[in-house]
Design a protein around this ligand. Structure first.
Ligand code: C2E
Ligand code: CA
Ligand code: CA
Length: 674
C-alpha cells in the first residue's frame, strides 16, 4: 500500500517555512503556491506567479516540464518524482539550473502537485540525482522520525522522535547501520534490500515497513527514504522520514484476526475458509469438504450448564484437531465445523468412533455428543464453495432427521436434486404470491346410488419455467419449507368458493381438502381456517379435511393439535383418515380423534383383484370401519370389477379414475348432471 506524501503535504502553507524554493500546481495547470524562497531565487513575486498565469515564468516552467512529464501523468503521481536537472530563467533573464522533486498532494481534495526546487549554486555537481532536502526535513522535524545515513549505511544522525520510538540513546545509535533498524527475518530482508538499492541508485522509496527497537520490540512505520546531500559537507547521504503506524497496524491485525479467526477455538472462520477453498480450487487440488454439525447442541447446552458450553466446544475442537491433524479446519457457526482433507471417506467416518472412544467429560460424566455430517468432494461432486455449503447443509438436515450420528457422502446426483429443490422452492414462493396454483377436483360417488356426493380438491401446479410439478414432489418440499400452510389456506379458500358456486347451481356437494400435520403446528391454524371459511360463506358442514395416519399419530400425542381438531369438529367440519392402512393404524387414535370416515389407500384397491388375500384385507378394512361406525371410502378405483367387489363388501363411497380423473369444475359438469 503506497501512501505517498499526500498525507504529509495536504496543508500547503508549510511551504513558506522552507528555505528552498517551492511551488504548487493545481490540476487545471495554475500555480497556486510560490514560497518566499522562490521569490528570492527567481525574482518573481508570489503575486506575479500565482495571480497572473500569463507570466513568462509560468509558461517557461510548463514548457520545461512538458517533455519530461505529461500533465496527466503529473496528477496521477503516486510517488515522488525527481527531475535531476532543469534549466529555468529568472526575472533578470539569467539561467538558473536546479533539481526538482515533484510530489503528489491535494488541494481542496483535488489532486495537486508540489514542486521542491533546489538551485545548484556550486559547480561541483557530483552527479547525484536529488539534492539536499534539509529544508524539507526542517518542517517535518516535529511530527516525523528522521534518521540520516551516510553513503555506506551508517547512522550519522537522528531526531528526538526517532530516539523516542526506537529506544536508542543518541550516543549508542550513531555508528549503527541501516540494516540494524529492521528485525532479523526473511520477509523484511527483501524489502530492506530493495530500499537500499533504490537509495544507491539515487531514487526515493516509500512504503510500510516493520522495524525493531533497541530492545527488540517490533514497530511499524510508514517510511520515506530519500537520497540527498549533506548541507555542510556536500557528501551524498540518505534521510529516512518515518511515521509510527504501529497502533494502526495492530488494530488492523486485530481486525484481521477477528475477521478470520474464531476467537473461542482459534479455528479459522467461514471467510478465511472461503479464501482457502478458492485457492485450492484455483490450483486444482483435490479434497473432501467435510461438514460436521453437533447434534442437539442446544439441548446439550441446556443440560450441561452454560460454563460447560465453551469447554464443550473447546474440547470438541481438540478432538477434531487430534483426529484430522494437519487438515484445514474452520468453525462455521456455534455448533458447525468444516474440515478440508484429502483423506478417504472411511477415515472421515471414523471420527464418529473416535469421538466415542474419547468422550468429553462434564462432572465426571461423558457428554453424549454425536455428529451429523456430510462429505462432498472437489472436483467430483461440487465445484464452488457455496455449492459445497448448500449441499452440506441440506444433507445434514436429512442425516439429522434420520437420527443423526452419521457422516454421509454426497454425490453429484443428490446435488442435482438439491438444486432442483431450491428452484422449486423459489418458484413456489412466486406462484403462491401470484396465486398461480390450480385446484382440480376428483368426484366421490355413493357406492349404492352412484351419485356424486363430494369432491376432493387436489393441487395442481404448472410453472412457466420449471414445467409441471406433481403434488408428490411439491407437497414434501412445501412441508419442509413451511409453505404448506399457505398452500392449505389457498386450497381451502378456493374449494370453499367452489362449493358455494356448486350450491348456487343446485348441487349439494361436500368438498374435501388435504391437510398436512405441519399446518397444525401453527397454534392458530384452526382459527385461520375458520376465518377463511367464514369469509367465503361456505357452510362448515360442507367441509371435510383429509388427514393421513402420520398426522393422526402426531395429533394423538400433541394436545394442541388435538384441541384444534376438536375446535374444527365443533364448528361442523369432519375429518377423513386418508391413506388408511399404509401407516400405523391404531384403534386408539381412531377412537380418540374426531374422525368420521376412513379412506382405504389405493394400493390395496389396486391389488384387490390380483390376490385373494388382498381382497380379504380390503374386506376386513371395510368391516372394521363399519364396526367402528365410520363411513368407508375406497380410492383408486379404476375398473368395474373393483366397483362390484367393493359394493359387495359394503363400501360406502368410491373414488378413482373409473369415475373420473381429477379435473377442473367445468369438465365435471356432465358428471354432475347425470
Ligand atoms: P391423495 O390425497 O391420496 O390423493 C389421491 C391421489 O391419487 C391424487 O394424486 C389423485 O390424482 C390420484 N388418483 C385418484 N384416483 C386415482 C386412480 O384411480 N388411480 C390412480 N393411479 N391414481 C388416482 P395427486 O393429485 O397427484 O396427489 C398426490 C398426493 O398429494 C395426494 O394424495 C395428497 O397426499 C397430496 N396432495 C394433493 N393436493 C394436496 C393439497 O392441496 N394439500 C396437501 N396437503 N396435500 C395434497
Ligand atoms: Ca387425499
Ligand atoms: Ca389417499
Amino acid at each position: 500500500m503506497i501512501n505517498s506524501l499526500k498525507n504529509i503535504e495536504i496543508d500547503i502553507h508549510f511551504l513558506d517555512h522552507y528555505t528552498d524554493p517551492a511551488f504548487a500546481i493545481s490540476q487545471n495547470g495554475t500555480l497556486f503556491e510560490w514560497n518566499e524562497a522562490a521569490e528570492r531565487a527567481f525574482g518573481y513575486t508570489r503575486e506575479d506567479v500565482v495571480t497572473n498565469t500569463s507570466t513568462e515564468f509560468v509558461e517557461l516552467l510548463h514548457d520545461t516540464l512538458a517533455p519530461i512529464m505529461s500533465k496527466e501523468a503529473m496528477f496521477k503521481l503516486k510517488d515522488i518524482k525527481s527531475i535531476p536537472q532543469l534549466k529555468l530563467i529568472n526575472a533578470t533573464g539569467q539561467p538558473v539550473t536546479c533539481s526538482l522533486l515533484l510530489t503528489p498532494a491535494k488541494k481542496n481534495n483535488e489532486p495537486a502537485v508540489i514542486g521542491f526546487l533546489h538551485v545548484y549554486q556550486e559547480k561541483s555537481d557530483i552527479g547525484y540525482k536529488v539534492q539536499h532536502l534539509e529544508s524539507i526535513t526542517n518542517g517535518l522535524e516535529k511530527s516525523f522520525m528522521l534518521t540520516y545515513l551516510d553513503y555506506d549505511g551508517f547512522i550519522i544522525g537522528c531526531n528526538n522522535q526517532f530516539l523516542k520510538t526506537s529506544h536508542w540513546t543518541p550516543k549508542r545509535v550513531i555508528g549503527k547501520t541501516f540494516w540494524q533498524l529492521f528485525p532479523d527475518h526473511e520477509e523484511i530482508e527483501e524489502t530492506v534490500e530493495q530500499i537500499w538499492q533504490q537509495l544507491q541508485a539515487g531514487n526515493s522509496w516509500q512504503g510500510e515497513v516493520e522495524k525493531v527497537t533497541k530492545d527488540g520490540q517490533l514497530y511499524y512505520t510508514y517510511l520515506i527514504a530519500i537520497p540527498t546531500i549533506a548541507k555542510d559537507s556536500n557528501d551524498p547521504i540518505f534521510v529516512l522520514i518515518e511515521r509510527d503506524i504501529t497502533d494502526h497496524r495492530q488494530l488492523q491485525t486485530q481486525l484481521e484476526r477477528i475477521a478470520y479467526i474464531d476467537q473461542e477455538t482459534g479455528l479459522m472462520n467461514t471467510h478465511r475458509l472461503e479464501n482457502i477453498i478458492a485457492e485450492k480450487i484455483e490450483i486444482g487440488r483435490h479434497f473432501s469438504f467435510v461438514y460436521l454439525s453437533i447434534d442437539k447442541f442446544y439441548t446439550l447446552k441446556d443440560l450441561y450448564a452454560v460454563e460447560a458450553e465453551e469447554s464443550l466446544i473447546v474440547e470438541f475442537t481438540k478432538r477434531l484437531k487430534m483426529y484430522f491433524q494437519d487438515s484445514t479446519m474452520a468453525r462455521i457457526n456455534e455448533s458447525d465445523f468444516v474440515v478440508l482433507t484429502p483423506l478417504s471417506d472411511w477415515f472421515i467416518q471414523g471420527f464418529l468412533t473416535y469421538l466415542q472412544q474419547n468422550p468429553i467429560y462434564n462432572n465426571h460424566a461423558a457428554v453424549p455428543i454425536s455428529i451429523s455430517g456430510g462429505m462432498t468432494r472437489f472436483p467430483e461432486d461440487q465445484t464452488t464453495f457455496s455449492q459445497m455449503m448448500k449441499a452440506s447443509v441440506a444433507t445434514i438436515a436429512t442425516v439429522r432427521e434420520a437420527g443423526g450420528n452419521n457422516i454421509v457422502s454426497l454425490s453429484k446426483a443428490s446435488h442435482k436434486a438439491l438444486n432442483r429443490r431450491s428452484i422449486v422452492e423459489k418458484r413456489l414462493l412466486l406462484a403462491l404470491d401470484q396465486r398461480n396454483l390450480d385446484v382440480y377436483y376428483q368426484p366421490l360417488v355413493d357406492a349404492v346410488s352412484n351419485k356424486v356426493i363430494a369432491m376432493e380438491a387436489l393441487v395442481r401446479w404448472h410453472d412457466e419455467e420449471i414445467g409441471t410439478v406433481s403434488p408428490d414432489e411439491l407437497i414434501p418440499i412445501a412441508e419442509e419449507t413451511g409453505l404448506i400452510s399457505e398452500i392449505g389456506n389457498f386450497m381451502l379458500e378456493k374449494a370453499c368458493l367452489q362449493a358455494v358456486e356448486w350450491q348456487k347451481q343446485g348441487y349439494d356437494l361436500k368438498v374435501s381438502i388435504n391437510s398436512s400435520v405441519r399446518e397444525f403446528r401453527d397454534k392458530n391454524a384452526a382459527k385461520t381456517m375458520l376465518e377463511i371459511i367464514e369469509r367465503t360463506g361456505c357452510p362448515t358442514t360442507s367441509i371435510h379435511l383429509e388427514i393421513t395416519e402420520k398426522f393422526a399419530l402426531e395429533a394423538e400425542s400433541e394436545s394442541s393439535i388435538m384441541s384444534q381438531m376438536r375446535t374444527l369438529e365443533q364448528a361442523g367440519i369432519s375429518f377423513i383418515l386418508d391413506d388408511f392402512g399404509t401407516g400405523y393404524a391404531s384403534f386408539r387414535y381412531m377412537q380418540l380423534l374426531p374422525i368420521k370416515t376412513l379412506k382405504i389407500d389405493q394400493t390395496f384397491i389396486a391389488s384387490m383383484l390380483k390376490s385373494e388375500k388382498s381382497a380379504q384385507i380390503v374386506n376386513g378394512m371395510v368391516q372394521l370401519g363399519k364396526s367402528m361406525n365410520f363411513a368407508v371410502i375406497a380410492e383408486g378405483v379404476e375398473n368395474e370389477e373393483q366397483v362390484e367387489m367393493l359394493q359387495q363388501f359394503g363400501c360406502d363411497i368410491l373414488q378413482g379414475y373409473y369415475i373420473s380423473k381429477p379435473a377442473l369444475p367445468n369438465e365435471l359438469k356432465s358428471l354432475l348432471k347425470a
